[in-house]
Design a protein around this ligand. Structure first.
Ligand code: NI
Length: 172
């Protein structure tokens, strides 16, 4: 957070660029970065590349989001988002570009994403509930937005460590 690149709208890819070796390497370093920090999604601007590319993968029992349902990996280029159900749902969000902090963000509960996959083929996916939030969070990065911009009640902004100890207290 604070890096101007995170605040810029990212540029779309040309089809032939998507299948290039350079892009392939970029995708690999995004998976590596995401894994290193235990994230469930990452967008290219977060590693200093202002291009419309994001990856999402949710493994069971992820250390940062243990409650999240498993989701097979997806690589998304040049996404367009359509809201299918604008009913708002709130989740605790965090971000590898905003380390150590969490806040409650309300977002529409169902979205459709039209995008190009890693073979530059047109694809479409519908995401609901927490997964809809994950997609919207990652795609926000491609338009210069961070989750902290969308926190309605700023008093929810918390240090992860404090939330963990608040959780432990609840159980006592
Ligand atoms: Ni993020």
């Amino acid at each position: 957070m604070g890096n101007p690149l995170l605040r810029e709208p990212a540029l779309p890819f040309e089809s032939e660029e998507i299948t290039s070796d350079e892009t392939n390497e970029l995708i690999q370093s995004m998976w590596d970065t995401m894994e290193e920090y235990g994230g469930i999604g990452l967008a290219a601007p977060q590693i200093g590349v202002s291009k419309q590319l994001a990856v999402i993968r949710i493994e069971e029992d992820n250390e940062r989001y243990p409650e999240a349902e498993e989701f097979e990996e997806i690589v998304i280029f040049n996404p367009k988002i359509t809201l299918l159900d604008e009913t708002l749902q709130g989740f605790w969000e965090g971000c590898l570009s905003v380390p150590g902090l969490r806040g409650v963000v309300f977002r529409p509960r169902k979205v459709q994403i039209d995008y190009l996959d890693e073979s530059a083929k047109e694809k479409s996916i519908i995401a609901e509930d927490f997964l809809a939030t994950v997609f919207q969070h990652e795609l926000d990065h491609l338009f210069g937005k961070l989750f902290i911009d969308r926190i309605e009640d700023i008093s929810t902004l918390s240090f992860e460590d404090e939330l963990v100890s608040a959780d432990e207290e609840k159980e006592l």
